[in-house]
Ligand binder design. Structure first.
Ligand SMILES: [Zn+2]
Length: 402
């Protein structure tokens, strides 16, 4: 694969393009060519230099069924509970939450047997998926993917879905959740567009990141041959539907999905024996799983808000450094964790989860809305306190300033 603008291999191109921008300088760097930071598939380029890519150095193969620590195994027995602490699970699995959780769920549903998946290929696929998330991203890393996969599992267990989804739907839903942010660079689409990144050109400024996540997932499926035993048409269909799920997570298309969902609910015409309607519900479930942080208990929700804000501010710092216009929400001088969260809950999460609760009026939906209400009240209270303390500080410094 080559960069379409400079016709050089992508992995090298990322270095060169970033070097041209002078991104990611390290203290030891001297000229712009040396000031290179890994981004996107450059990470994969580094990994690919390993002789046995996808075969972990530290994780024994038999962890799949026997070798969890006792506590991690205990946690997996309650994997369907909404207060599941993915941060703790990640620590207990030595940073392997995504591999461990996904392989557990695939086994629990009997999907490995049903689809005759080769265990070695599956393991290699999951290891590569986890590797290709950027552990340096404060938010868009493998723990977020594991969290989304766990949330997706909770939704798949909801009565409306559990009684209608096929094993194929479940396989697709879990794979989409695990791969939906694969190789995320830790910056958003507007950033890629304004810096003329090759991915923005490749995907014509539309769902740039989501297209990249999807294509990266397809690349790993093909590299490991996980579905190579299926007829070609079936595996192509699976890849296409995986893309349709991942593309639905593009937040800029939220209103399209939401109004379609509302119309279905108003007209009461969702029929889950219809494959296209089931697929639509999987898209909505994945969207909910992706942005469910404000619906978790406060202790978990708080950690996620801090992480996502850290990633926004990191982007803002790069933009300032390179004299680019600072993206909305990315300026640490004018935004706070609380304000960003309140805005996100009000305009993005609440409307989505309100419709989800209409579709699936269960204890889980009410719990999620309850947590979100509480979290919003806590964030608003903290913001007010911060504002008062800032005002008091301004009053104190006023005479000096004058
Ligand atoms: Zn995500």
């Amino acid at each position: 694969m080559c960069c379409i603008s400079c016709k050089i291999p992508v992995c090298v191109c990322v270095c060169v393009c970033l070097a041209r921008l002078g991104w990611g300088s390290t203290p030891a760097s001297s000229g712009p060519e040396r000031r290179v930071h890994r981004l996107l598939s450059f990470q994969r380029y580094l990994h690919s230099s390993r002789l046995l890519r996808g075969l972990p150095q530290q994780i024994p193969l038999h962890i799949l069924d026997e070798d969890y620590t006792g506590q991690a195994r205990c946690m997996l027995e309650k994997v369907g509970t909404w207060n599941f602490d993915i941060f703790l699970f990640d620590r207990l699995t030595n940073g392997n939450s995504l591999i461990t959780l996904t392989s557990h769920l695939l086994n629990q549903y009997g999907l490995v047997e049903l689809f005759q998946l080769d265990m070695v290929k599956l393991w290699r696929f999951l290891v590569m998926v986890q590797e290709d998330y950027h552990s340096g991203n404060p938010y868009h890393n493998a723990v977020h993917a594991a969290d989304v996969t766990q949330a997706m599992y909770c939704y798949l267990q909801e009565p409306m879905l559990a009684k209608s989804l096929t094993s194929y739907d479940i396989l697709l839903g879990l794979l989409a959740a695990a791969t939906h942010d694969l190789d995320h660079p830790g910056v958003n689409q507007p950033f890629l567009i304004k810096t003329d990144h090759y991915l923005a050109k490749l995907y014509r400024n539309t769902s740039v990141l989501e297209n990249h996540h999807w294509k990266s997932a397809v690349g790993l499926l093909r590299e490991t041959g996980l579905f190579s035993h299926l007829p070609a048409e079936d595996s192509l269909n699976l890849e296409r539907e995986l893309g349709s799920l991942i593309l639905a997570t593009d937040i800029s298309r939220q209103n399209d999905y939401l109004s379609r969902f509302r119309t279905h609910l108003d007209q009461e015409n969702l029929c889950l024996s219809n494959a296209s309607h089931r697929h639509f519900i999987l898209q909505m479930a994945l969207k909910c799983a992706d942005i469910c942080n404000p619906c978790r208990p406060w202790e978990l929700s708080k950690q996620w808000s801090e992480k996502v804000t850290a990633e926004f501010f990191q982007q803002g710092d790069i933009e300032k450094k390179h004299k680019l216009e600072v993206s909305p929400l990315c300026d640490r001088e004018t935004n706070s964790v609380g304000n960003i969260q309140i805005g996100f809950m009000t305009y993005v999460a609440e409307p989505l989860f309100a419709e989800w609760a209409r579709f699936s009026d269960t204890r889980l939906s009410q719990t999620m809305l309850g947590h979100m209400g509480l979290n919003k009240a806590i964030a608003a209270h903290a913001s007010r306190l911060q504002l008062h303390s800032t005002q008091r500080h301004s009053l104190r410094v006023l005479p000096v300033s004058l």
